[in-house]
Design a binder for this molecule. Structure first.
Ligand SMILES: Cc1ncc(COP(=O)(O)O)c(C=O)c1O
Length: 465
């Protein structure tokens, strides 16, 4: 027995040390991992346990969550948080949509509700209505039974499931690659969100030109060029509306030109739609590009989130919709998506999907939701106008600020550089990401003058880090 333990110790530590060494550490082990265990085994197990994870590198904290923590710890009374990607009302408070309150109370009073598992692909009333919301109620793809819809863990889960499905089944023309806009949704460049989601499933992210810092607008020629030069049947991730982080969307004419090249090159479109309704205030308008691509018969999938447009951030309600060429293919795709979903989350959570299902399937609640969306989008659009007015008419801040009103959705790329962003955080107590992105939802009638004056100061260089 003693020999076995010596062997075991030597094997686990690779040091050839004798078991006697470990008996000395018994005192430490008392009250530790296995207080009443055999001292030899305790020592061996403890050493092995320590060694097991000692090479795990410490990952940097998520920059957005770190920014929020720094904002919370700041005692300056006029501090401003422009980092967070969640809607805030004019008093800087999270907003529970009135329609969501109504739907919640309906659910609470529904005696027939139980807590059983949902089907693997989710609540059918939810996924069917969600598909109509993004693809349009008269969508040919829905009518012809070519759409596969699976309920996911919000938009992130839809991106993941879509990526996982492609990693297993897409007919790659060369190495498995996803073309992502530069920049894209990534809290920390390369580390989180889009880049990480695809890397996690073995798809290599490559960037396509999207944002032009010189114009603070779309690098349309660069984008078209990337589409043209990528190998045929490449996969391009496109933000359906309200591009995160730039707020820069193609115009309708530009979308048409993009679709034309995508069709010619037989590319696959991976639409990410996290802000339907949030961009313009109109659910149909914000779904235009997706519907146009479907109409053209382009192969695509859409990731859909209800975090922002329904204010259901924590409920994790989303869906993945994949448009197939025919019903038969759709059935096969659905069967494989079910297998993947089963192995990862078994089945999706019910509460948020029930809430959204109620709202989407009840004409009265749906109309109310549209008004709530208009309230949120309208406030954001109003803040854009006011910031533009302050910078151009009141402060006469150097530079052109038209991009503030030309951009769309929750985020705006201000065009300021990392040093100016840092100065805003350190000197102005205004929290934003280093790339100069601000969340318009963090501005309100109480803090916009202060923000405008601080932005003016860093642009003029009278305040620096
Ligand atoms: C472009 C984009 N895609 C997807 C998401 C996913 O969000 P969620 O998982 O909260 O639905 C976000 C959220 O910020 C986003 O900006």
């Amino acid at each position: 027995m003693a020999d076995r333990i010596k062997q075991l110790v030597s094997h686990l530590t690779g040091t050839g040390m004798s078991a006697g060494v470990y008996t000395k550490s018994f005192g430490i082990m008392r009250g530790g991992l296995l207080p009443r265990g055999d001292p030899f085994i305790c020592s061996v197990a403890h050493r092995a346990f320590v060694e097991l994870w000692q090479d795990v590198p410490l990952a940097p904290p998520d920059s957005i969550f770190q920014l929020t923590a720094a904002y919370k710890a700041d005692t300056f009374k006029d501090k401003v948080n422009l980092g967070v990607g969640a809607y805030r009302d004019n008093d800087n408070k999270p907003w529970v949509l009135p329609v969501v309150k109504k739907a919640t109370s309906i659910l609470l009073n529904d005696e027939a509700l139980d807590h059983e598992y949902l089907p693997i692909t989710g609540l059918a009333e939810f996924t069917n209505a969600a598909a109509k919301l993004i693809l349009g109620s008269h969508s040919p793809a829905i009518k012809e039974g070519r759409t596969v819809s699976v309920q996911t863990i919000s938009g992130t889960g839809a991106n993941h499931l879509g990526a996982l499905f492609l990693s297993k089944f897409y007919k790659w023309n060369g190495p498995a690659r996803i073309y992502l806009s530069n920049p894209t949704w990534d809290a920390e460049r390369w580390l989180a969100n889009h880049h990480a989601i695809f890397r996690n499933v073995g798809i290599e992210p490559v960037e396509y030109a999207y944002y032009d810092p010189k114009t603070i607008g779309l690098d349309f020629d660069g984008f078209i060029d990337a589409l043209k030069t990528a190998p045929e049947r490449s996969v391009f991730l496109l933000h359906a509306c309200a591009h995160n982080p730039t707020g820069v969307d193609p115009t309708t004419e530009q979308w048409k030109a993009i679709a034309e090249v995508i069709a010619a090159k037989k590319h696959y479109t991976f639409f990410d739609c996290a802000y339907q309704g949030f961009a313009s205030g109109d659910l149909d308008k914000d779904a235009w590009a997706v519907r146009y691509f479907v109409e053209l018969g382009l192969p695509l999938l859409v990731c859909q989130s209800f975090a922002k447009n329904a204010g259901l951030y924590g409920e994790r309600v989303g869906a993945l919709h994949l448009v197939s060429p025919n019903t038969e293919t759709a059935n096969r795709v659905k069967s494989q998506l079910s297998v993947l979903q089963r192995s990862e989350i078994s089945n999706p959570p019910s509460h948020g999907a029930r809430l959204v299902s109620l709202i989407l399937n009840d004409a009265r609640l749906f109309e109310e939701w549209k008004r709530d969306i208009e309230t949120m989008a309208g406030r954001i659009i109003e803040m854009r106008r006011e910031l533009h007015r302050l910078l151009t008419e009141k402060l006469h801040t150097p530079g052109n600020w038209d991009h503030i009103v030309n951009q769309i959705g929750m985020f705006s790329f201000t065009g300021i550089n990392p040093a100016q962003s840092k100065a805003l955080v350190e000197k102005g107590h205004i929290y934003l990401t280093g790339n100069g992105r601000i969340s318009m939802a963090g501005l309100n009638t109480h803090n916009i003058e202060y923000f405008g004056s601080q932005l003016d100061a860093v642009v003029r260089g009278t305040v620096s880090s």
